[in-house]
Design a protein around this ligand. Structure first.
Ligand SMILES: *Cc1c(COP(=O)(O)O)cnc(C)c1O
Length: 388
């Protein structure tokens, strides 16, 4: 009997590095310091050097990627009533944390031929008001946003640029002929270590990255531990949002192997792109369409195709019948979610491209240590759907 091919399968990474991970867990258990301590500190340092060899960045770990966004908004000094530009095609975390802090989300449409936020200044200016303070961009599915253009826009209008890199860790973008890791493009960048993310732990985890010399670094370091400068010296109200030592120890192992696991995902993505190129582009658009793969290296967190509207749900059901899970990330754009749409201000636009995307996107299974036969099964099923 055919076994089901899941959207993600993080256990394969565990099985591949089982001995190292088991030992790391055992080390924490027997060492006795379970919150904070050496494992967390070492992980933060190793991740900072992974992100930039120049040692210019610092990483502050926290409890999850959603908290990371809240901490970023606080460190950026955003205040109730401030307006914050963010993608309408997105996961819920950014808007949720913004609204919880009394910030006003301004929905920005998706860029043409991309999954990421609109980046052309001539379009973005329409969303501005005297209250606009920040812009959030997301490396959606692990594909880079247009960071150079977004940076220029934010500099010109005095906005803080926040990078939600929950899906992009390990991806890269070539800027001025230099390859830079995603997660170093925001004034403040956030990450999630949810198990299925590019670097996943075995529970919840998150982190924030910023330049060492930025005004945000010291604030972030205290905000996530009750606003303490040193123990019991409370400088400002903060949060309790910490990464466990156990998760840090597991993440250190997985970080050492990250280039291998991401290489595995890139291999799957390439197999899909090569094999599915024969399907009529009026029916199916590949995620690589419109991106220059010599400049932009996705993490391949998700391999997301666009399928002509009336066919998407049929293809998804067809795959499911063949025991293949294909997900929709995300089925409802944020500007259509009732509890949030009512809060946004008049500067938000209609976000037509995000609406279209939500009806056309479908993410094929793509994970490290997916077997050749499994990839072949997915390819064959997609092709059969379009040619029968
Ligand atoms: C997963 C994710 C988050 C939230 O991360 P958690 O660790 O689950 O809180 C935020 N933003 C994006 C784009 C994500 O994909």
């Amino acid at each position: 009997m055919l076994s089901r091919i899941h959207q993600f399968d993080p256990k394969r990474i565990y099985n591949s590095y089982k001995d190292e991970i088991d030992k790391a867990v055992q080390d924490v258990l027997s060492q006795g310091s379970y919150i904070g301590g050496e494992f967390v500190k070492s992980f933060e340092e190793e991740l900072a050097s992974y992100l930039s060899e120049d040692n210019e960045y610092t990483v502050i770990s926290c409890a999850n990627g959603t908290d990371a966004l809240e901490l970023a908004f606080r460190a950026a000094n955003l205040k109730p009533g401030d307006e914050i530009l963010m993608p309408s095609h997105n996961y819920v975390s950014a808007v949720e944390m913004a609204v919880n802090m009394g910030l006003v989300p301004i929905w920005v449409d998706t860029a043409p031929d991309a999954f990421t936020i609109e980046y052309r200044a001539s379009e973005l200016v329409r969303y501005l008001s005297s209250k606009t303070k920040a812009l959030v961009a997301v490396n959606m599915y692990g594909m880079s946003a247009q960071w150079q253009e977004l940076r220029n826009f934010c500099t010109q209008y005095g906005l803080i640029l926040i990078e939600d890199n929950a899906q992009g860790l390990g991806g890269q973008l070539r800027v001025d002929n230099q390859l830079r890791k995603l997660g170093t493009f925001g004034d403040i960048s956030t990450m999630s270590f949810f198990p299925t993310k590019p670097l996943g732990c075995m529970g919840d985890g998150g982190a924030i990255c910023c330049r060492k010399d930025s005004p945000y670094a010291d604030r972030l370091r205290r905000l996530h531990i009750h606003g303490q400068e040193i123990k019991y010296q409370f400088v400002e109200p903060g949060r309790n949002s910490r990464l466990d030592a156990l998760q840090a120890a597991i993440l250190r192992v997985k970080l050492r192997h990250l280039s291998e696991t991401l290489g595995e995902q890139a291999r799957v993505a390439k197999s899909y792109s090569d094999a599915l190129a024969i399907v009529d582009s009026r029916c199916l658009t590949l995620p690589t369409n419109g991106i220059d793969l010599s400049k932009s290296y996705p993490s391949w967190h998700l391999y997301t195709i666009r399928v002509k509207r009336d066919l998407r749900d049929k293809l998804r059901a067809f795959l499911s019948d063949q025991k293949i899970d294909a997900g929709v990330y995300y089925p409802v754009p944020m500007h259509q979610v009732e509890c949030y749409s009512s809060i946004s201000s008049s500067h938000s636009c209609v976000c037509k491209r995000s609406d279209e995307l939500s009806e056309e996107i479908l993410s094929l299974p793509c994970y490290a240590f997916m077997e050749e036969e499994e990839v072949a099964r997915v390819v064959a099923a997609v092709i059969e759907f379009f040619y029968n």
